[in-house]
Unconditional design. Sequence first.
Length: 53
Amino acid sequence: MWSVVLMGLAGLLAGGAIAFRGQQAPKWLIISFWFLAAMALVAAYLLTLGPAE
């Protein structure tokens, strides 16, 4: 369940990064949105893994 929410959040963040790029926003803002989107995807992937034995 949480992995789906995090993937949706990553999509919103990536869309925000693309929108900010079109508005000529500062580079640091665009890079931070892409970074947060990537971290959300990594967290979603880690949540799908089972417990280590």
